[in-house]
Design a protein around this ligand. Structure first.
Ligand SMILES: [Zn+2]
Length: 251
């Protein structure tokens, strides 16, 4: 087999390897998401309590603002009472004072309820803290292990990539372009082994002359039917290949 053809076969093997690498690289990201989702699932009860706590704290702040508003109204109308000039103004001031007092009292009741609820929720949230801390530590450890494995794997992939680049520099531009064209056309499967005079990829029988040249390793030839680049290995014909048996069974 010519050096170019050997290089093309090696390039194909490398590309198939790199395609598998892509799948495995995605696996690391999926695993990362799974680990984080599992943590979120475990702390769902805690998260609900924490959200409720935040909401009640917010409500308490609003109620306190409301209360100070009614207290200010109460002070204002009490002062007005000192300046009334007739019965009508007196009655109005008294009515406003009563309303402000009543509203403030309602507010105070709601504030007391909110404070009690906050105390209860704070206790609940605090009770989850040790378990969450433990879970978070476990999650972070799992994430770190995943990141470490990914980094190690990516370093391996980088070595394969570099090897591919080296192959590219050794190959002629014409064959590199041909390889790229067929790869695009055939979903990355460019090379086809000739077994018993047949293209193993599409099962098309080769013309005798082409078969003879491929066997002798003279030049580089493509399959007339599928366009893949053909190569021949003598040991492949010594015993029936898996592909051949599968093809025979299918027929
Ligand atoms: Zn073919």
């Amino acid at each position: 087999m010519s050096q170019d053809l050997e290089l093309l076969v090696a390039l194909q093997e490398t590309d198939l390897q790199l395609a598998q690498c892509q799948t495995k690289t995605r696996h690391f990201a999926t695993e990362r998401e799974r680990i984080e989702a599992e943590f979120q699932h475990h702390i769902a009860t805690y998260s609900t309590a924490k959200t409720n706590l935040d909401a009640v704290r917010h409500r308490l702040r609003d109620l306190e603002i409301e209360l100070s508003h009614f207290q200010a109204q109460f002070a204002k109308y009490t002062a007005d009472l000192q300046r009334v000039r007739n019965q009508r103004e007196y009655e109005t001031a008294i009515r406003e004072i009563d309303m402000a007092k009543k509203s403030a009292a309602q507010c105070e009741t709601k504030i007391a309820e909110a404070r009690a609820e906050i105390a209860k929720l704070e206790t609940e949230v605090a009770s989850y803290a040790p378990e969450i801390e433990k879970l978070r530590a476990e999650t972070d450890l799992a994430l770190a292990e995943n990141a470490q494995a990914e980094a190690a794997y990516l370093a391996e992939v980088e070595v394969i990539r570099q090897r591919r680049q080296e192959m590219e520099t050794k190959l002629s531009k014409v064959w590199l372009n041909n390889y790229a064209r067929v790869s695009k056309l055939r979903g990355g499967h460019v090379m086809s082994q000739v077994i018993n005079g047949t293209c193993s990829a599409c099962r098309m029988r080769l013309r005798p002359q082409v078969h003879s040249l491929v066997r002798q390793g003279i030049g580089i030839h493509t399959c007339d039917n599928c366009g893949r680049i053909l190569f021949y290995r003598p040991d492949a014909e010594a015993k029936p290949s898996v592909e051949k048996v599968a093809a025979a069974t299918a027929d």
